[in-house]
Design a protein around this ligand. Structure first.
Ligand code: GAR
Length: 205
């Protein structure tokens, strides 16, 4: 098989199902890329186990015992060493400092479980997002993949997938349906970045 064109580094703090979707999309050839490393700030992250099982380098930069600046410096140093074409935040619960965002300008993606700019920002992650969507009686929700900028859950949107909010939905049931869309959205967005034209694609060409 021809060598994958783009190298991808995934940053994940938890379960890693969106990371797995990216790994699988590379393995099937849907994406012309390969996941070269998975980095977590949480030694107990299931994402690390998934990475090891897939034969991918799994790296822990434990957030405990490190200041924010120390953590950021270690992460930057690792990213410089492996020099990935694309960095994917997959349930990564740290905010990237401007130094990293600028150095990998327009090459860092994030997935968020709402239709941004709605229900984004600091403190908005996981089930909290879906709870807020239900409380506000939204009729539609979904997920967003976007380019990471210095502001949390901001930056150019690559794609969104919508999900109807159904009568009787709970935060959990909505989360489940949005999550199913996230597993499709992330590989699609990465493909758009790799194959699309315009400024987004030029950033990794
Ligand atoms: C995903 O739902 C993702 O959108 C969310 O964390 C989950 C990670 O799932 N991210 C955020 O809320 C970021 N603001 P995973 O660990 O199974 O990939």
């Amino acid at each position: 098989m021809a060598e994958a064109r783009y190298s991808i580094c995934v940053l994940a703090s938890g379960n890693g199902s969106t990371m797995q979707a990216i790994v699988d999309a590379c393995r099937t050839g849907y994406l012309n890329g390969s996941v070269v490393a998975v980095v977590s700030d949480n030694p107990g992250a299931y994402a690390l186990k998934r990475a090891r099982e897939a034969g991918i380098q799994a790296v822990v930069i434990d957030r405990k015992g490190l200041t924010q600046a120390e953590f950021d410096a270690k992460l930057l140093s690792f990213l410089r060493r492996i020099g990935p074409d694309i960095i994917c935040l997959a349930g990564f619960l740290r905010i990237l400092p401007s130094g990293i965002v600028n150095e990998f300008n327009r090459r860092i993606l994030n997935i968020h479980p709402s239709l941004l700019p709605k229900y984004g920002g600091k403190g908005m992650y996981g089930i909290r997002v879906h709870r807020a969507v239900i409380e506000n009686r939204e009729r539609v929700s979904g997920c967003t993949v976007h380019i990471v900028t210095e502001n949390v859950d901001d930056g150019p949107v690559i794609l969104q997938r919508k999900v109807d909010v159904l009568p009787g939905d709970t935060p959990e049931s909505l989360m489940e349906r949005v999550h199913a869309e996230e597993l499709k959205a992330y590989p699609e967005a990465i493909k758009t970045l790799m194959e699309g034209s315009g400024s987004v694609q030029q950033s990794i060409a």
